[in-house]
Design a protein. Structure first.
Length: 237
């Protein structure tokens, strides 16, 4: 289950921070107040608490950014929420206008084992119904094939670092390719494209490029990565 030491209220704050600043962007108190429906003064008090807990860096009158620890928690709860939305819509056929609220109620109680089973059943989805990126799992695998091959969940260990997909990167963000998501067909396509675990990747955002592809530099070679691949290639930043 979700970590019992972390309250649902804290998880909600970190989830909103992640939604608005997944790659280190500063999120204003005003934005948090709007998204959470909570008075700015109460938001400020919680941000100070979250900073004391080591989950965020808070600058008065400017906003907050997630620390690595805060990011880990935020990605985990966001992933569960978005996978649940996918499950509720695609499998249970719940009305689309109702899935967000129901996922909010379920996400805090969803165990890691059940999350993994849902991901496998849904064939490793990359987008939720709102077409937001589903974060990578925090299990210590380099691909979904490795995850599928490990049948005993008790043998699964957690990854020690956070990941971002190419689709989530800011200009000039760089890091090591550490996880590739997808079924065997997509994994083979990405491999044939020349993208491998362990390579160094830098996102070279080109504001003049009208294409939907992502221009990246991988081990000193420029590549245009299609969106369906970019959503599923994760780097350690």
């Amino acid at each position: 289950m979700a970590d019992s030491k972390i309250s649902e209220n804290i998880e909600e704050y970190l989830e909103v921070l992640y939604r608005n600043g997944s790659n280190g962007e500063q999120v204003s108190t005003t934005q948090l107040s709007k998204d959470l429906g909570i008075a700015p003064g109460s938001v400020t008090q919680m941000l100070k608490k979250l900073e004391d807990l080591g989950y965020i860096l808070y600058t008065p009158y400017k906003g907050a950014t997630l620390t690595q620890e805060g990011m880990k928690i935020a990605q985990k709860i966001t992933r569960k929420h978005r996978i649940l939305e996918k499950f509720l819509l695609d499998i249970l056929k719940v009305k689309e206008e109702n899935i967000h609220e129901q996922a909010c109620e379920m996400e805090h109680a969803l165990s890691d084992e059940a999350e993994r089973a849902l991901c496998t059943m849904l064939h490793h989805p990359d987008l939720c119904p709102d077409e937001n990126i589903i974060p990578a799992c925090d299990f210590d695998f380099e691909s979904c094939h490795q995850c599928y091959s490990q049948k005993d969940f008790d043998q699964v260990i957690n990854r020690k670092f956070n990941l971002l997909s190419i689709s989530e990167l800011n200009a000039d963000t760089e890091g090591t390719i550490s996880f590739i998501r997808g079924n065997n067909e997509l994994l083979n396509e990405i491999d044939d494209f020349g993208v491998k675990i362990g390579q160094h990747l830098k996102y070279e955002f080109d504001e003049n490029d009208a294409s939907a592809d992502y221009l990246v530099n991988i081990d000193d070679e420029e590549l245009n990565i299609p969106v369906e691949m970019a959503n599923n290639i994760f780097i350690r930043v």
